[in-house]
Design a binder for this molecule. Structure first.
Ligand code: NAP
Length: 274
């Protein structure tokens, strides 16, 4: 029951009505027995900073942030995490006890947590190859390097974008080409290739081999053509579901201070896409 005591959390974006976040977080609030509710708020481009101010004025308990506001809220927040400082983009706003707003980016930490969940894999001292250099790739590049990867190789269609993104990995980063996936311990598809009805693949599955771990950040569909090909070659390959769940779970804990019901959140998404 929503009452005068209920805390409101929200996702802002444009478009945002399609967002999974309300279903995900409302199920999580219910499972954790919290008097919170979560809504989607369309906010037009250019109004990200105003939304940060509105969050303070209205006492919103937590905000998820999607396109096109990730950069604007990072700039407008009163305090930023290390990941936000590096990436210049935030996906989560957290009110602090003094009323100021802290910006977080939970994608990278969500990726690492998902990888531990799915594969028991820790990137420390491992060689990582990332296909892509967009927003998701940048978060993964930064988090892998920060977690102690031995090498972070960035492979992207636009080499100029790869050269910008690789700076997030510092000394362990380099721009590579698609043949580099063969020598990595962990290979990540962070391009949008394979989303929806797209049956094309981010690289030739024959370049990969058993003993490697592969993650396709795409979660819709849950099994892309690339994942299916890798799995039939008996290569360990995971989809983007766990990253999606964990980036939301980390946001939930930032807002509420309690552990997220990860299993409940996973079921919500699995039911949506299966
Ligand atoms: P983005 O910023 O638009 O970046 C798209 C990337 O895909 C760029 O590197 C782009 O290369 C590349 N690309 C697009 N079409 C391509 C093609 N035909 N051939 C080769 N490369 C191509 O998108 P994003 O937000 O990073 O999202 C990327 C993917 O990650 C999407 O599939 C998204 O669903 C997924 N994702 C998953 C999660 C999760 O929680 N699991 C979270 C965020 C994103 P250029 O630079 O050359 O254009």
């Amino acid at each position: 029951m929503i009452s005068g005591q209920t805390t409101v959390a929200a996702v802002i974006g444009d478009p945002v009505r399609h967002s999974l976040s309300p279903a995900l977080h409302n199920a999580a609030f219910a499972a954790a027995d919290l008097d919170w509710t979560f809504v989607a708020l369309p906010v037009v481009a250019g109004s990200g900073a105003a939304a940060v101010d509105a969050m303070k004025t209205l006492g919103i308990g937590g905000m998820s942030v999607t396109m096109p506001h990730k950069d604007a809220v990072a700039a407008a927040a009163d305090e930023v995490s290390d990941a936000v400082a590096a990436l210049g983009a935030a996906n989560c706003l957290v009110p602090m006890s003094d009323g100021r707003i802290r910006a977080e980016n939970t994608d990278g930490a969500g990726f690492l947590a998902g990888l531990r969940d799915d594969a028991g894999f820790d990137v420390g001292a491992k060689r990582v190859a990332i296909l892509g250099a967009g927003g998701a790739a940048r978060a993964v590049i930064h988090s892998c390097a920060a977690a102690g990867a031995a090498a972070v190789t960035v492979v992207n269609r636009s080499v100029a974008k790869a050269e910008i993104a690789v700076a997030l990995a510092g000394d362990v980063g380099r721009v590579g080409n698609v043949a580099d996936v063969a020598t990595a311990d962990l290979v990540i598809n962070a391009t949008s290739v394979g989303m929806g009805d797209d049956r094309s693949m981010p690289c030739d599955p024959a370049l990969l081999h058993g003993g490697q771990v592969v993650v396709d950040l795409v979660y819709n569909p849950l099994e892309t053509a690339w994942l299916a090909a890798l799995r039939s070659a008996e290569i360990e390959a995971h989809n983007g579901l766990s990253m999606l769940v964990h980036q939301a779970a980390i946001a939930f804990t930032h807002w509420t201070g309690v552990p997220a019901p990860v299993g409940v959140m996973r079921s919500v998404i699995q039911n949506k896409f299966s």
